[in-house]
Design a protein around this ligand. Structure first.
Ligand code: NAD
Ligand code: DAU
Length: 356
């Protein structure tokens, strides 16, 4: 059942200080002044409250610092707030880190999700009218494609990295709470996002940051791995739509039909950066360095987004070239944000803003 818009609707958004979460918080705070938007975030290295400076004083926004892996804290939070809906984005999200520290991914992505599920069913006590648990997941749960084909909602799960295994597990837990306890849920599985406020460990912002500083651009393996790119604001719009109009117990694949081999994407990025930085054409490309491949590196992801398009009327609004130009312009115009991330200063913002 779609849940109706209305006043007095309190939504918990987890991971709202991260990259995608901050776009979702901004979108919901601005679009639904009658809602109360509660952003719960542990503020790991990936959480940055500077992402939300423009909405932090809105009357319908609250921030709470906390860890979803702490079950007692989560139970208290739910009894104090009476949430109507949960949009769950908090996660350890970087594949390379999951290879180094898989247990952190189990704690946050699996245990953290189950804590939220438990608190939801306990708090809602089977009174599920206008309630919804929405898990934001990834196309990586489907594993890797060969040279052709797309992931659809019916593709079976075959995760290859500790990150994707933890997300697949949390998807399964969400689904199982629907079947076992009747929890009203929706899931969406999205392709690679890029855009403003993305932490410079992921391919696109890392390479923008490195090009600005004339540092090497480490391309894994032969650069032929392929990803399907989506501008983050398009993802936030899709999340808004799925939250309000998605059918209970269904999942939706979200993607922009924008596949590129990594090396082609990196060359495009280099050429756009040369123009913006008034460098000679070809200068940034000289920074490309092929490095040892990521273990278990999935070859290709490509999303079939027909269902969300046909059923909910969503489609991506920008081409990859347009989105990349907007992204580059944003990083160049927001050098304060990037400098604070590079220096670590962004981690002081919570104390400065909330603990005076
Ligand atoms: P991110 O790493 O930028 O942000 C994650 C946020 O979660 C951070 O603010 C962090 O502080 C918070 N967090 C981490 N552990 C926490 C914990 N234990 N308790 C509370 N908060 C915690 O991630 P992102 O790229 O914005 O991804 C958000 C969600 O979307 C994730 O669930 C991810 O799996 C999913 N996703 C991401 C992409 C992508 O391309 N980035 C694509 C598809 C799906
Ligand atoms: O597909 C959705 C997923 O996309 C999300 O679920 C993840 O949270 C998100 O991190 C992203 O995963 P990827 O592993 O695809 O993203 P990343 O930016 O790390 O890498 C993109 C591609 O670029 C991948 O093939 C690895 C490659 N790469 C990455 C980095 C950081 C490089 O060649 N060099 C690099 O330095």
């Amino acid at each position: 059942m779609p849940i109706s818009h209305g006043q007095n609707h309190t939504v918990l958004i987890t991971g709202g200080a991260g990259f995608i979460g901050s776009h979702v918080v901004r979108k919901m705070v601005m679009a639904y002044p009658g809602y109360l938007i509660v952003n719960l975030d542990k503020l790991t290295y990936a959480g940055n409250l500077e992402n939300l400076k423009d909405v932090e004083n809105y009357p319908n926004y609250r921030f709470i610092k906390g860890d979803i892996a702490d079950g007692y804290f989560i139970n208290d939070l739910f009894s104090n707030w009476n949430f109507d809906g949960v949009i769950h984005l908090a996660a350890e999200s970087h594949v390379d880190r999951s290879i180094e520290e898989p247990l952190e991914f189990v704690k946050t992505n699996v245990l953290g999700t189950v804590n939220l599920l438990n608190a939801s069913i306990q708090n809602w006590k089977k009174n599920y009218e206008r309630k919804r648990f929405y898990h934001i997941s990834t196309d990586e749960v489907y594993g890797s494609l060969g040279d052709t084909g797309f992931f659809s909602e019916k593709t079976s799960y075959k995760p290859n990295s500790p990150y994707s295994a933890s997300k697949a597990s949390s998807d399964h837990f969400v689904r199982s709470y629907g079947e076992t306890y009747g929890l009203p849920y929706v899931i969406s599985n999205c392709s690679n996002n890029y855009g403003p406020y993305q932490f410079p460990e992921k391919l696109i912002p890392l390479f923008i940051n490195n090009i600005i500083q004339n540092k090497p651009l480490p391309v894994y393996g032969n650069g032929k791995n392929t990803r399907d790119w989506l501008f983050v604001e398009d993802h936030a719009n899709a999340i808004d739509l799925v939250y309000h109009k998605g059918i209970n117990k269904e999942s939706y694949n979200i993607g922009g039909f924008n596949e590129r081999q990594n090396i082609d994407l990196v060359k495009l990025l280099c050429s756009l950066m040369d123009k913006r930085l008034f460098r000679n054409e070809g200068e940034s490309e000289k920074l490309i360095t092929f490095v040892k491949d990521r273990p278990g590196h999935d070859l290709r992801y490509a999303i079939d987004a027909t269902k969300i398009n046909k059923k909910l009327g969503w489609k991506s609004s920008v081409t990859l070239e347009e989105g990349l130009e907007m992204t580059i312009d944003w990083y160049l115009a927001n050098d304060d944000w990037l400098n604070h991330v590079n220096s670590g200063e962004y981690q002081d913002y919570y104390k400065m803003r909330y603990k005076q």
